[in-house]
Design a protein around this ligand. Structure first.
Ligand SMILES: [Fe+2]
Ligand SMILES: [Fe+2]
Length: 180
């Protein structure tokens, strides 16, 4: 698997989770309750898989590598915007964590805050992933020769292995749980 296919594979799992999170958000909107387990599952997916496994890998390995290649100003600008999105998504996860704690403690106004953070997260994550899949990745594919692909693939694999054994399987089963 080349590094762009590796990230696209992670996007597929993220898109599944985003769909499941949207469904959970709608349940809250309809005044259904969410269990503590589901709340922490959503937050774990966003912060561990979405942020650390995926965004940190993009930023520290792929984007850093592209910086050294001296990409076009357009691509450099796209990368800056994508990194800003990663930062913004993190602020939503932090807000969601606080709101979820309040919700689980029975604070009445916390439900709406949870809904707002979940909405903000999915509304940014969806176009973010789409823009990487359809704009950034096709634009950089031709800049990466076989040696670069091999180097990045190796770095990605090592990053995942250091993160935790079977990280993709672990979060695939969490996504499945959120989809139920
Ligand atoms: Fe990204
Ligand atoms: Fe991504």
């Amino acid at each position: 698997m080349n590094p762009l296919e590796h990230l696209t594979m992670e996007h597929k799992l993220i898109k599944r989770a985003v769909k499941a999170i949207t469904k959970r958000r709608n349940q809250l909107k309809e005044n259904e309750e969410l269990s503590e387990d589901i709340f922490w599952g959503i937050i774990d997916f966003m912060s561990t898989y979405g942020d650390i496994v995926h965004h940190v890998k993009e930023e520290r390995i792929l984007f850093r590598f592209l910086e050294r290649l001296r990409v076009s100003p357009e691509i450099a600008q796209t990368i800056r915007e994508l990194v800003d999105d990663h930062t913004e998504l993190l602020t939503y996860v932090a807000g969601l964590r606080r709101a979820a704690k309040d919700y689980l403690a029975g604070v009445p106004a916390a439900r709406q805050r949870v809904i707002n953070y979940l909405t903000a997260y999915v509304q940014l994550m969806e176009p973010h992933v789409k823009s990487e899949d359809t704009e950034l990745f096709p634009a950089i594919r031709q800049l990466l020769d076989a040696a670069a692909m091999k180097h990045l693939a190796k770095e990605f694999k090592a990053f995942d292995a250091k993160m935790m054994p079977k990280v993709h399987e672990t979060y695939e089963s969490l996504a499945r749980k959120l989809e139920k």
